[in-house]
Design a protein around this ligand. Structure first.
Ligand code: CO
Length: 173
């Protein structure tokens, strides 16, 4: 399992709902956590490992030694968004080295299924709401750079160009 890097089209493909809540799904989630920790991330969505399914994992602690922070969501839905929005710096494992300010609702209420296919609900705010919404966007094929103000996009333009060039070179190799 490897991280799919921008601008790989797999990051933009539709993601199918999870239907099989089996051992393979649990094993995939476990591998995603391990890859996330190895790459110093706090969240990872299935399309970022080339699996176009509506599943994400995150741990706000970003630390394999703090598994109590681990959350897996399948087929998540946002049922409520706060009206107030906040800017915060984000990065993404599919955009190594790129960081930018992104505006998002400060809190969300979420419904999802766990690895056993059981429904649960979460009220998220602050850092955890931020991580969730970033990963949730991946499940819709939306990348954090899509949400930048024109001024903030300008700040990362050359880095995005470099990633696009590197992708083209790999594709030709
Ligand atoms: Co991301």
């Amino acid at each position: 399992m490897d991280i799919v890097l921008y601008p790989d089209p797999r990051l933009r493909k539709p993601n199918a709902p999870v239907e099989a809540f089996d051992e393979e799904l649990a094993a995939t989630a476990r591998q995603m956590f391990e890859l996330m920790y190895r790459t110093k991330g706090v969240g990872l969505a299935a399309p970022q490992v080339g699996i176009n399914l509506q599943m994400m994992v995150y741990n706000p602690e970003g630390d394999a030694l703090k598994p109590e922070g681990e959350t897996v969501l399948c087929n998540p839905r946002i049922v409520r968004r706060a009206k107030d929005k906040e800017f915060e710096e984000e990065g993404c494992l599919s955009f190594p080295g790129v960081y930018a300010q992104v505006q998002r609702p400060a809190s969300v209420v979420v419904e999802a299924l766990n690895l056993a296919g059981e429904e649960f609900s979460l009220e998220l705010d602050a850092w955890e709401a931020r991580i969730f919404q970033h990963e949730f966007d991946h499940l819709d094929g939306i990348l954090f750079t899509d949400r930048l103000t024109p001024a903030n996009k300008t700040l990362v333009k050359s880095q995005l160009d470099e990633l696009e060039t590197a992708y083209r070179e790999r594709a030709q190799a």
